[in-house]
Design a protein around this ligand. Sequence first.
Ligand code: OGA
Ligand code: MN
Length: 284
Amino acid sequence: MSNRTIADRIKIDALSPVIGGLVEGVDLARPLDAASRARLGQALLDHKVLFFEDQTITPQQQRNFAASFGKLHIHPIYPQVEDVPEILILDTHVDNLPDNDTWHTDVTFIETPPLGSVLYAKQLPPSGGDTLWVNNEAAFAALSPAYRAFLERLTATHDFVKSFPRERYATTPSEEKKWLVAQAKNKPVKHPVIRTHPVSGAKGLFVNEGFTTRINELSAAESRSVLDLLFAHIAKPDFQIRYRWKLNAVAMWDNRATQHYAVADYLPHRRVMHRATILGDRPF
Ligand code: OGA
Ligand code: MN
């Protein structure tokens, strides 16, 4: 007699020793039972980014899957699926140029940056449009002990405007209205440069080129040189995975321990992705 549970059918293959896991045996269109939820939660800690291929999910199902990991964030700027505001749309083409081709961690411009994101490939170019993720904990661990100790005493400022500048996101009167509200609600925030993962306790870099503007305890020149060093350091292939998307694949990442970069090499083709963003807690 078999007493195998749904969670036992989940198979996870490491795509590299450092980051990335390919998950089989989960249908994201169905509600997650507690054991599967726990298994995926642990896999997310272990692999930092999980890939689920051949998924057919509606925006509501994507929202429900993401919501089983926490409350969802509603993005202040990106367009949303009608009636499902928790799902944002990244629809990039010649008239809406890609804007995620910078290393970044999602939404670090708020006090409680996301725990994770769930991204679904709806339409892909014939080739290109890959996404890369970095394990911020592996990147931190590769620094010298003296430099790590120096970084652990620092905080940094993260600013919404750095990735959502007025010139690009406020070009019509209605966009401008939305942008001004977003800017008023998202004033620059401070986070530690080195973050302790709230579940695993691991330490990782928590600055990103997308939103980090300044290391607060240093002079402008010192801050620039430390950030330049860290942004170059995280871009080493040693800490990364590069995922070649398949249509209907889903990526879910631990936004507390990673950053990512969407390669913008596919114009004039179009690429459409749907994202749900799970809120997290205050970094420490
Ligand atoms: C995101 C993002 C990456 C991509 O959804 O947060 O940066 O590959 N997108 O579209
Ligand atoms: Mn992103």
